[in-house]
Design a protein around this ligand. Structure first.
Ligand code: SF4
Ligand code: ZN
Ligand code: ZN
Length: 304
């Protein structure tokens, strides 16, 4: 098969775009998709070239691909890695991130949860709550704090089209109006919360994997040992089946939601901005009376 653009031997075939590309033309394709993603889709531009963006790096291919492409496009980016202190996982992921940032001359900030007294294995052992929900809460808290304290305009994550459509399907199956309302590549800043953006929303996992391979990105592959991930992988599998039978359906599903679906939930936007107040301990916004969720976790750990 030949490249659709330059007719050289193709190395990537994309049925959803009815195209095949050689390595160079695939990089151009990937870059165009990221730029289209940043221009947004009915939601406005995710960020401008003048704004500083903090990129959450997990060590996986998606966040590293995002970081590299944003840098190549000339955006002002800085990486953020949160070391969760999970054995056989965090140290390896951190090493990949540090090596990557060094290789490409990228600024990197690291938050060490063990130093914060919130190492995830300790949280898992001491608290009788599903570890992923607590871990997610802690990570969101520190991402937000680091972005606000560092004066960044936005926090970018490497969520791709597969992540986004699986989440959309999950939210739709439950008709979870509150989540459907805020789902999308751009979540505007509000009172104590930085703007959150997902510039890879037009690209599939397959496409970011090819980008990582072609650009020589070395990354962390092993899943987190605490990951249960079953429900999302089932949904991803279903969407993959759909995509196989109807190429392009995943992107259509997501784009149509952004254009037409999401506004159906808009009246709920009256949301509780008003009810948010600063945490008495750390100042982060919370709807609780005194302490935010993370400060309450810290307190619970201290009591045990
Ligand atoms: S899978 Fe691991 S990293 Fe992800 S939320 Fe769960 S504990 Fe945290
Ligand atoms: Zn080509
Ligand atoms: Zn707090």
């Amino acid at each position: 098969m030949n490249c659709k653009i330059c007719k050289a031997q193709a190395v990537v075939s994309l049925r959803s775009h009815n195209a095949a590309f050689c390595a160079d033309c695939f990089r151009d394709f990937f870059s165009r998709q990221v730029q289209r993603g940043i221009r947004g889709h009915g939601a406005g531009e995710l960020f401008s070239p003048q704004e500083k963006v903090l990129v959450a790096l997990s060590g996986g291919k998606d966040s590293l691909a995002l970081m590299l492409e944003l840098k190549l496009l000339g955006y002002s980016v800085c990486g953020l890695f949160i070391d969760l202190a999970i054995p056989n996982s965090s140290r390896e992921a951190r090493a990949w991130v540090e090596k990557f940032c060094q290789k490409h001359g990228l600024e990197l900030r690291v938050i060490d949860l063990a130093e914060e007294g919130l190492a995830i294995p300790l949280v898992k052992k001491r608290l009788k709550r599903p570890v992923c929900s607590v871990c997610g809460k802690i990570k969101r808290h520190y991402f937000n704090r680091a972005a606000l304290d560092g004066g960044f305009a936005a926090l970018a994550t490497g969520h791709n089209l597969d992540d986004e459509t699986a989440r959309l399907l999950s939210n739709t199956l439950r008709w979870d109006k509150a989540y459907l309302l805020v789902q999308g590549p751009l979540l505007a800043a509000k009172k104590g919360f930085v703007r959150k953006v997902k510039p890879l929303w037009r690209l599939t996992e397959f496409e970011t994997a090819n980008y990582a391979f072609i650009t020589g990105i070395e990354h962390h592959c092993a899943p987190c040992p605490y990951s249960q991930g079953a429900s999302f992988s089932i949904l991803k599998g279903l969407l993959q089946e759909l995509e196989r039978a109807m190429p392009g359906r995943k992107l259509d599903f997501y784009q149509a939601f952004l254009e037409r679906g999401r506004k159906a939930f808009a009246p709920l936007d009256a949301c509780d901005d008003e009810q948010l107040r600063p945490c008495a301990e750390c100042g982060s916004p919370t709807s609780a009376d005194q302490l935010c969720g993370v400060c309450r976790i810290r307190l619970a750990l201290a009591k045990k």
